[in-house]
Each structure stands twice: as C-alpha cells, then as structure tokens.
Design a protein around this ligand. Structure first.
Ligand code: HPA
Length: 240
C-alpha cells in the first residue's frame, strides 16, 4: 500500500523516523549516519530511507517546509505506516536573549500563529507539547553524548517573511519566554496527539532574529552533527 505522497510499502519504514525539513538533508543523514540505508520514497523528491544505527532500525525522511507539509507526511507515517515516534530535527531562528546561535534546543511546547488546530473543533486552544518519554530519552542521550540542550517553548510560525507593519512580530512571543521560531513542530505535536503517537522537536539555532548572528558553514556542520548525535542516541533507546 502507498499513499498519494509516499511510495513505501508498510514495513519499509522503521518505528522511529527522524525528520529534517530538507529531503536532501535526509539523504545526507542516510549516507553519513545510517548503515545499509535503503530508499523507500522519492515521490515529489521527498526522500525517505531506512537503515540502522548501532544495530537499531531507524528511518529518516524530509518533512518539507511549513505546517501543511509536516501535517501530511507525519499523518501518513503515523496513520498508514505504523510509525510510533517522529523526531523533527531542524533549524530555528533565535528569539530569546538566553539563546545563542549554535545552541541545541528541544521544544517542550510549540506555540503557533497558525490555524492548524482549528481542524480539531476544540472551542479552545490546545497546548501542543512533546512526548514525555521521548523527552526523558533525549535527556539521557544528552548525558551519554555530551550534547547539551535547552528546553522550552518555541513558536511554529506560518511566516518566514513578515510585512512591514509586522516587523517586530516576534517581540510579544519573546516577552513570554519563547526561545525561537521555526515552521513545523506545532503541526507535528498536534498530529501525534490526535493519533496517540510520540513526537519531539530538536533544533539548532541557525540565526538570531535580534542579535543578527548566523552560523558559518563550518560550525553549521559541527552543530548539525551534535543535533544528530542527540537525536540518534534518543531514538535507539526504544524497543520496538
Ligand atoms: N524563521 C522561521 N524558521 C526558521 C528561521 C526563522 O527565522 N530560521 C530557521 N528556521
């Protein structure tokens, strides 16, 4: 069986999927971090692979940019392919003064300016949060790998570019202690909750919206490797 967006057969995809936004990043991870990786999808060039890390079966697949794209791929992975947990691995823009470029962040909660959760007809606002067992595993992975992370709230925004009258759009989120902005995790946490599955978002801060700092190519590589170590050491703690 396949879906409109995924050519994989059930069983081709591991119980744990790592999801970078960029499908070429997924290819890079498969080639550089996994053993015996086999490609399961190329529909719309949204590459997906399954291989092993320290003997455990792990998949990696792009999510695309933004919440509609993440919503589609995560729904299909959980709902049609029996995936139990998704770890988003992405970049984000720093908002908080406590966050610096190159920091590794974990999203306890994902606030949003999107209407994604309107589909659930709640009559209120759902607090989109990560899975606690995945969070505990990430904490253990941090001790094992020496990759330190900061945990807190992030903003999943529908906007990368703001109009002139919204130039300081992030200021009020900053006042509430939101660490950083990205564009996918709120949808991932909502879909996981609705389907009774697990999700966690791990990020590296690639740029800072207030200090104007951004990472150079060399440290981008190093922080990316740190985030991958953390994500993989988190993923392999689960028995499937
Ligand atoms: N905005 C949204 N997503 C991002 C950013 C940003 O500034 N930086 C990295 N991902």
């Amino acid at each position: 069986m396949s879906t409109p967006h995924n050519a994989a057969n059930v069983g081709d995809i591991a119980k744990t999927v790592l999801m970078p936004g960029d499908p070429l990043r997924a290819k890079f991870i498969a080639e550089n971090f996994l053993e015996n990786a086999v490609q399961f999808n190329s529909v719309r060039n949204m590459f997906g692979y399954t291989g092993t890390y320290k003997g455990k079966r792990i998949s990696v697949m792009g999510s695309g940019m933004g919440m509609p794209s993440m919503g589609i791929y995560s729904h299909e992975l959980y709902g049609y392919y029996d995936v139990d947990r998704i770890i988003r691995i992405g970049t984000c823009g720093g908002i908080s003064d406590d966050v610096k470029v190159r920091d590794v962040l974990v999203a306890l909660g994902a606030s949003t300016d999107s209407n994604f959760q309107n589909a659930y007809d709640l009559g209120g606002t759902y607090a989109a949060i990560c899975d606690y067992d995945l969070l505990k595993a990430a904490d253990k992975a941090s001790e094992r790998s020496g990759v330190y992370f900061k945990a807190g709230n992030i903003l999943s925004s529908d906007h990368f570019y703001y109009f002139d009258n919204h130039r300081d759009f992030n200021a009020n989120w900053k006042k509430l202690g939101v660490m950083a902005v990205e564009m996918e995790t709120h949808a991932l946490y909502c879909v996981a909750a609705a389907l009774h599955k697990q999700a966690l978002g791990i990020f590296t801060v690639s740029d800072h919206l207030y200090t104007g700092e951004s990472v150079d190519a060399e440290s981008r590589e190093k922080t990316f490797t740190d985030m991958m170590k953390l994500a993989l050491e988190t993923a392999i703690q689960f028995e499937d």
